[in-house]
Ligand binder design. Structure first.
Ligand code: DSN
Length: 415
């Protein structure tokens, strides 16, 4: 059988260009990473051909012996990695994982208390434009204006006032640790279930470098492709007592056939994350993000909360004369991929934004350490400050390309 390399030159050209972009430029979107060759090979394996609606040993299709083994292995490894009682590895994404929790334990119109999207939450935590805010009634907590840290007193006040069926502890752009114990105490007072969405920090949690939500929460959802560095997808970890309902809300509740190729790749990623080297990797992710925040602050930029406990830095451009949109464009022209991001109490609309979110998981996977972060920090500063000067941006891009060439990642895929 022919590979797409020879069978479909148009597609090959697109994939080749994307390999070159990922290889030659700095990928610093906080929710992205470089999956291992083993993970990517598994995603492209023959398991993509197999229908397996149902769960191991209870399928609606024949021929599931091997995919059953794959799913059981993924579950076993995820349980070991996170210390979870029960795990569902079938969600196609983090949002679908959250949907299964909502459908399992809430009725339409029930109240959910989540972090406001404007303050760093996620669409699937009750946003009006998402199923979670269209079907359910949402109330939001946020951060304090003086510190940009989560206002736990406000969480408690809102929980006691609205008695939400579900409280969500989780974020997509908050640079600090979470107090899951406090969330649990609040949930107990308001009689709410507690969901931690750890899509972003799951790799740090697996490595023991961020607070562990498992002992405090009824459900813990995650993606598998961010700091965890696996294939795109989601998982749900839960107390055993909730597993029957959750499993039935994943399939047949919200999904059909599981993506067995992704599930076997999740098994590989969990094995990689159980290795000691993964802890070293996550330590370096943190060293790199903290160092990056320091460099940016030394050069006159503000970082939300004055630093980070995570893999991301949220640059606050309000006093700089640049917008998030300007900065994203300047960085992109310099070969550094990031995303503009609203900051809490942002005076700009989301499409312009006053922030930029910068993550270190990808560059750290490439092997970049403090020395390279110093160079990256300087390049970021130079590019943002010279966003109108194409000559400077071209020179930055050349330095980005040189740096990347010293840390090859997918070069062999081009052969
Ligand atoms: N889109 C993801 C992120 O960038 O954080 C969250 O779903």
């Amino acid at each position: 059988m022919e590979s797409y390399k020879t069978q479909d030159p148009e597609v090959y050209s697109i994939i080749k260009d994307e390999i070159l972009r990922q290889e030659n430029e700095l990928q610093m979107i906080a929710s992205e990473n470089y999956a291992s060759r083993a993970v990517m090979d598994a995603v492209g394996s023959v398991l993509t051909n197999k229908y397996a609606e149902g769960y191991p040993n209870k399928r609606y299709y024949g021929g599931c012996k091997h995919v059953d083994e794959a799913e059981e292995l993924a579950i076993l490894r995820a349980k070991k990695l996170f210390g979870a009682e029960s795990v569902n590895v079938q969600p196609h994404s983090g949002a679908q994982a959250n949907m299964a929790v909502f459908l399992g334990f809430l009725n339409p119109g029930d109240t959910v208390l989540g972090m406001s999207l404007d303050h760093g939450g996620h669409l699937s935590h009750g946003s009006k434009v998402n199923f979670s805010g269209r079907i359910y009634s949402s109330v939001f907590y946020g951060v304090r204006e003086e510190t940009f840290l989560i206002d736990y007193d406000q969480v408690e006040e809102l929980a006691l006032k609205h008695k939400p069926k579900l409280i969500i502890a989780g974020w997509s752009s908050y640079p600090r640790d979470l107090d899951y114990k406090r969330f649990r105490e609040i949930a107990d007072k308001s009689g709410s279930l507690l969901l931690a969405d750890i899509a972003h920090p799951s790799g740090l949690i697996a490595a023991g470098l961020y607070s562990d939500p498992i002992p405090h929460c009824d459900f813990v959802t995650s993606t598998t492709h961010k700091t965890l560095r696996g294939p795109r997808g989601g998982i749900i970890m839960m107390k055993e007592e909730h597993s029957k309902i959750i499993n039935s809300r994943v399939f047949p509740g919200t999904q059909g056939g599981p993506l067995m190729n992704s599930i076997v790749a999740k098994a590989i990623a969990f094995k990689e994350a159980l290795d000691d080297s993964f802890k070293d990797y996550q330590k370096q992710v943190l060293i790199n993000s903290r160092r990056l925040a320091e460099i940016l602050m030394k050069n006159g930029f503000n970082c939300i909360t004055g630093g980070t406990d995570t893999h991301l830095v949220l640059l606050d451009l309000r006093d700089s004369g640049f917008t998030g949109k300007d900065a994203e464009k300047a960085l992109s022209d310099a070969g550094i991929t990031t995303n503009k991001n609203a900051i809490p109490f942002d005076p700009q609309p989301p499409a312009i934004a006053s922030g930029v979110r910068i993550g270190t998981p990808g560059v750290t996977t490439r092997g970049m350490k403090e020395e390279e972060i110093d160079i990256i920090g300087e390049l970021i500063v130079e590019a943002i400050k010279n966003g109108e000067n194409q000559e400077v941006l071209i020179s930055c891009k050349k330095r980005v390309n040189d740096l990347c060439s010293r840390f090859p990642i997918y070069k062999d895929l081009l052969i």
